[in-house]
Design a protein around this ligand. Structure first.
Ligand code: HSE
Length: 299
């Protein structure tokens, strides 16, 4: 049996729409085994009633195996750990895709390079910003040139942590992508290019005072905030209680605050007390970067 552990990811990170992403220490784990006959999918040992042909782990697994003409006739798939909340902007779809593609590669005897794994998984997802950090770990800049994905890792300061604020409602990525305009004003493009470029160097240089400006964005967040009830007041509040930057995680609904590790406990307490006063059962989780990316083992 193959066991795959995949980290959560936060994509965009403010100005880096479809480009920047970071792996986080929150995980899903999948167990996969070849089986004669029909495929069965389990969630923590409980048999799923959903059609397995619609399951993203299964479709990503079999699409990869089919590319290499690898023969199979059924699978046992068990999601043994599912800590990444679904459709909340923390890379739950990327985790299913990366899990399926990485398991296929392990079944075939690890014939795919990391670049090929990234290419296949990105083709399934449509954009690389969750996929690449889920595979290689850390904070990553990704870009696409035709089919080829290039990426570069960013040095992220140890002194920083993330506070993920997660409501009980989901945001559908396809719908939230439809909210975005087809074209942008030149000044909005300059706004984002300048912020994403300075974000990378401010992180590298430890210039925390510049991060607030650097996490701002005019490409996607202004159009998506209406999908996230109370986003505006939460983002204002976290600024007031000491976040050094804040943004919508992926396409939402999670809101992310970047905080200094030394302030984490106080920040969590104050943010929790504010979130508890709102509707929608907002939860807060403190997270650190995951530096390993996807991990595959035999069990
Ligand atoms: N970059 C993507 C978006 C991440 O913002 O739509 C969500 O999959």
């Amino acid at each position: 049996m193959i066991r795959v552990r995949i980290p959560a990811t936060t994509a965009n990170m403010g100005p880096g729409f479809d480009t920047l992403g970071m792996a986080l220490n929150l995980y899903n784990e999948i167990e996969i085994e070849k089986k004669r006959g029909k495929t069965e999918i389990y969630n923590n040992g409980q048999k799923s009633k959903d059609d397995y042909k619609e399951n993203l782990i299964y479709t990503s697994l079999t699409k990869t195996l089919d590319m290499y003409n690898y023969e199979y006739n059924g699978f046992y798939i068990n999601v043994s750990r599912c800590d990444i909340p679904i459709s909340r902007g923390l890379g739950s779809s990327a985790a299913c895709i990366v899990g399926g593609v990485a398991a296929a590669n392990a079944l075939m005897g690890n014939i795919m390079s990391t670049d090929k794994t990234i290419q296949v998984a990105t083709e399934i997802e449509g954009h690389p910003d969750n996929i690449v950090p889920a595979i290689v770990g850390g904070m990553v800049i990704s870009l696409q040139e035709g089919e080829k994905i290039s990426y570069s890792k960013v040095q992220f300061p140890h002194k920083l942590k993330f506070a993920a604020m997660i409501p009980n409602f989901q945001v559908n990525t396809a719908i939230s992508r439809e909210m975005l305009p087809k074209s942008y004003l030149k000044e909005d493009c300059i706004f984002n290019i300048s912020r994403s470029a300075m974000l990378i160097s401010a992180l590298y240089n430890g210039e925390f005072d510049k991060l607030r400006t650097c996490f701002s964005d005019r490409i996607h967040q202004p159009y998506r905030k209406p999908l996230i009830k109370n986003a505006e007041i939460i983002l204002e509040k976290v600024k007031e209680i000491g976040a050094i930057g804040e943004f919508i995680s992926g396409s939402g609904s999670t809101l992310m605050a970047v905080i200094e590790a030394k302030n984490a406990e106080r920040f969590e307490k104050e943010a929790k007390s504010f979130l508890d006063s709102l509707e929608d059962e907002w939860k807060i989780i403190l997270l650190d970067p995951d530096m390993e990316g996807v991990k595959v083992s035999s069990c």
